[in-house]
Write a protein that binds this ligand. Structure first.
Ligand code: PEP
Ligand code: MG
Length: 325
């Protein structure tokens, strides 16, 4: 199988009915970047910057962050690259950062909440990202945004930092796209007002699922209790896809489900055209894309979503078997 997927590395990911799909890799360490060539990934749809902060004993200085992001960029070699700002807290703790014990860390002081409460830390990271992207395009997105005010506040910090760098005559990115992760359900309800403000959206389905079903993604007893292929969750994803299409805002998904075959099938049917996943899923998912008639599947999917089954998994599996996917 490995050899079969490796042979697909340079084959474009186009569905049987001619829809081009962008298959991207999730990454967090320089080591991960090697997989881009091996898998033929179109780029990095989610670069988890917190990894660099977690593997060391103290806060990395601006210069260290800059060098790190520059190295990531070089290894990306001109492919698409989306940096996510710091997402610590929850299950990802920095040994050198003081914090109070929380009853529910996943819903606690984490991600953009920490960045907004520590503008100095946030600005340092943004400064490094701007610096490392001089003369290039910079795609940057914010994690765990729950409302529009948070997105605006984060973007303001970015703007302040940009103005500061411009005044000093620092070389800057030629273009900056500012995106938001959709992983808090409340934000899904604000899409009509949010979408005009953002350049792109990326669904963090791991957290979105966790909060939609009130199910701790890290708890073995409950993590698999509900299915991301449930009508409820897929309906939310369909809503996101439709609203982004209407607003003409590029959207992608970067949670684990994008790299699982049956789930990926559902995402294609819902209108997702950019999937970001762990690198070793790219081969199998490309094979699936090549074998799928998305328009035909979409019709069936809309029918299934109108019923009230607990999960659409059996229908999707049966569809895949019938069509030799
Ligand atoms: C997600 O929540 O789906 C996501 C991609 O972010 P992380 O897994 O890093 O929380
Ligand atoms: Mg997340």
């Amino acid at each position: 199988e490995k050899a079969r997927w490796a042979a697909l590395k340079d084959v474009p990911a186009v569905s049987r009915d001619g829809v081009a799909i962008e298959l991207l890799a999730n990454a967090g360490l320089l080591l991960d970047m090697r997989h881009l060539d091996q898998t033929g990934a179109a780029g990095v749809g989610l670069f988890r910057t917190e990894l660099h902060f977690m593997v060391r004993g103290r806060l990395p200085r601006v210069r260290e962050q800059t060098e790190y992001y520059r190295a990531v960029r070089e290894l990306c070699n001109g492919r698409r690259l989306v940096f996510r700002t710091l997402d610590v807290g929850g299950d990802k703790l920095l040994p050198y950062m003081k914090r109070e014990k929380e009853e529910n860390p996943a819903m606690g002081w984490r991600a953009i909440r920490i960045s907004l409460d520590h503008p100095g830390l946030f600005r340092m990271q943004i400064r490094a990202l701007l610096h490392a992207s001089a003369g290039e395009e910079l795609d940057i997105m914010f994690p765990m945004v729950a409302d529009i005010a948070e997105f605006k506040a984060a973007r303001e910090v970015l703007q302040r930092e940009l103005d500061w760098a411009r005044r000093r005559g620092h070389p800057l990115p030629v273009h900056i796209r500012v995106g938001v992760m959709l992983e808090v359900p409340a934000l899904v309800w604000r899409l009509p007002a949010l979408l005009p403000l953002v350049d792109f959206v990326s669904v963090g389905s791991n957290d979105l699922m966790q909060f939609m079903y009130a199910v701790d993604r890290g708890s073995a007893r409950v993590a698999d209790r509900y299915d991301p292929l449930s009508s409820a969750f897929l309906s939310v994803l369909r809503r996101i896809a439709r609203q982004c299409e209407q607003a003409e805002v590029p959207f992608s998904i970067c949670g684990e489900m994008a790299g699982r075959p049956v789930e990926a099938l559902a995402l294609l049917a819902l209108g997702f055209r950019q999937l970001s996943m762990r690198a070793n899923a790219i081969g199998p998912i490309k094979e699936l894309v090549l074998a799928t008639d998305i328009a035909a599947l979409r019709k069936e999917m809309n029918g299934w979503l109108g019923r009230d089954d607990r999960t659409l998994r059996p229908m999707l599996q049966d569809y895949a078997a019938r069509h030799q996917i």
